[in-house]
Design a binder for this molecule. Sequence first.
Ligand SMILES: [Zn+2]
Length: 295
Amino acid sequence: MRLGIDLGGTKIEIIALSDDGAALLRRRVATPHNDYRQTLHAIAGLVRDAEAELGQAVSTGIGTPGALSRATGRLKNSNSVALNGQPILQDLGTLLQREVRISNDANCFALSEATDGAAAGAPVVFGVILGTGVGGGIVVNGHILTGPNAIAGEWGHNPLPWPEARELPGPACYCGKHGCIETFLSGPGMMRQHQLETGATLASAEIVQRAEQGDPACESSLQTYEHRLARSLAHVINILDPDVIVLGGGMSNIERLYTAVPALWGNWVFSDRVDTRLVKNRHGDSSGVRGAAWL
Ligand SMILES: [Zn+2]
């Protein structure tokens, strides 16, 4: 049995998985707002309650936004800013009296889908979260590739590849650069691009829905999105050559991506053919917490 915890900006979720991946218990609480100490105690409370219910101490993994610096042992790059600079792994280990494993949410997503999800059995998996932000993680033979900088797979803040004139310099990103992949491929990115082209303010889900109904401006925005996603993934294929790319996050619900993007990405992949599969996640919103349990 394993415990997984997904530490998000608004909620903390816990799951207990049996060895065959069945969910034995699941619970969530609101994330204490901007308070590191309270966040630690909320996590510890969830673990203790779960173990009381399960009647045993259980191996525990945690998925967080951001990455744990190998050099300092402290969290960095988290959009939950109260966590940045904190030695969260050490503090939780002390609080829970055990070794805790930790990885970022995109890595947990990739691990979940590579273990018993849409990419099960594939040797090399690139997992992508296309949501309010854009993140990525790499799993090779069932193991997360972390890297010395704990940054492997994080391509959301690389520049959009093969940019067109209208894409330069690109929108300003919170990371300090312009034209990051995230500024184009996140949900808010699609919304902003549509606004830029048409002046209309529509949520990304509405743009997709209207495109399906034949609205030409929304169709154009969706095609632009597909073109950008195809370029961004072709860049990854040229470096990593994954067997499977699995999409998660809100934008992964756009069903036509799975045919439209592979029909395009051959334009930029330096190969006579592309056999990489692009698939939708199997575990949906549960992938983060499930992956944390598999850590
Ligand atoms: Zn950026």
